[in-house]
Design a binder for this molecule. Structure first.
Ligand SMILES: *Cc1c(COP(=O)(O)O)cnc(C)c1O
Length: 363
């Protein structure tokens, strides 16, 4: 039998094998209809059940307060970078952004096309190796449209471990790379968004969780597909949603539920990351982590080997041993292991064993 690689890709990323197998089993004949789910109307009973159940699963797993909606959009998290300021950054208001790296920067560039942006805190001066401390996050003393953060910086490998709370300022978070990786008090946020292809499912759907009241004053003249209220008014069925991606997300959410929900996922994710961080920290400088300890991400572990040539060899040999996706992002280089929900403990253990063995041979 062909071995399934140890998949550490940053995105698109690993999906649970059980989910892939279930999707395969249901592919040509979805629940006895004799066709795949992709071939039938998005207004059909079969699809609508999946749609509603997926929303329900989000509500259940995150214990969403009553006033929150679950939306399925397209265009990736990158389209949210534009939609957020288009919908909420109205004249006379200021958008506040915490600059934690490449993804925040892209969000900021889009916001600047729409209105005034204030950088509430920035890690740029120290190369994004640390999340700014919450006390250092300031909002501009004029009516704030919102405060935007990137809860997990996929490229740098940093993560917020607690969130800023600023009175009367709606908090918006890009959670593309750590949504559902830990329990979350959603009531702290006005809007959360995530491209699905890291922790939720395949690309093609972007999940948005929002507090309904924030869609009240959206500018009328925006393109219909770029207004949040189009989706809240039509239960995310204004036009054809990405049905197959949503279906896979549905299976992933059921898998999370079966595995004990977010509390047990958080525990497992912490154990997985600890294995790898320990191998780094106990290597006596053979490996080093790229970010400050207090900001380490449990989802994207960025590190390097002390010698560039050895690092190349590490990548070569790791590939030969069925580890894939360990190259760091091209803007940062070095190594990155993405340990999202669906990456098994065994894969992290195997990587740790490989790291320790590699050090024995070349250290
Ligand atoms: C991957 C990623 C994005 C971009 O997502 P797309 O769906 O490809 O647009 C945005 N933000 C973060 C934090 C990411 O990890």
């Amino acid at each position: 039998m062909r071995i399934r690689p140890y998949n550490f890709f940053a995105g698109p990323a690993a999906l649970p094998l059980e989910v892939i197998e279930r999707a395969q089993a249901e592919l040509s004949d979805f629940k006895g209809i004799g066709m795949s789910l992709m071939e039938i109307s998005h207004r059909s009973k079969e699809y609508e059940e999946i749609h509603d159940e997926t929303q329900q699963l989000f509500k259940e797993l995150l214990q969403l307060p009553e006033e929150y909606k679950v939306l399925f959009l397209q265009g990736g998290a990158s389209t949210q970078f534009s939609m957020i300021p288009m919908n909420f950054l109205v004249p006379g208001k200021i958008a506040n952004y915490v600059m934690t790296g490449a993804w925040a920067e892209k969000a900021i560039l889009e916001a600047r096309k729409i209105g005034d942006v204030f950088i509430s805190a920035s890690g740029e001066a120290n190369n994004y190796v640390e999340i700014p401390s919450l006390e250092d996050i300031q909002v501009y003393p004029q009516t704030a449209a919102y405060l935007h953060i990137t809860s997990n910086e996929t490229i740098a490998g940093t993560q917020f471990h607690s969130f800023p709370r600023i009175k009367n300022v709606p908090l918006i978070a890009d959670m593309s790379s750590d949504i559902l990786s830990r329990p979350l008090d959603v009531s702290q946020f006005a809007l959360i968004y995530a491209g699905a292809q890291k922790n939720l499912g395949p690309s093609g759907v972007t999940v948005v969780l929002l507090r309904e009241e924030i869609v009240r004053n959206i500018p009328e003249n925006l393109p219909v597909m770029l207004k949040y209220d189009t989706f809240t008014k039509h239960n995310s069925l204004y036009n054809t949603p990405p049905v197959y991606s949503i279906y896979i997300v549905n299976l992933v959410l059921k898998w999370i539920k079966q595995h004990g929900g977010l509390v047990s996922l958080e525990k497992r994710n912490a154990e997985k990351a600890k294995l790898i961080y320990d191998a780094i920290d106990q290597s006596g400088g053979f490996y080093t982590g790229m970010v400050k300890l207090n900001s380490r991400s449990l989802m994207n572990i960025t590190f390097k080997v002390h010698d560039d040539e050895l690092e190349k060899l590490f990548l070569q040999q790791s590939k030969a041993n069925h580890f894939i996706g360990l190259e760091g992002h091209r803007s940062v280089g070095h190594l990155r292991a993405s340990t999202y929900n669906a990456v098994p403990y065994e894969a992290c253990k195997a990587l740790t064993d490989f790291m320790i063995d590699f050090q024995k041979r070349y250290g």
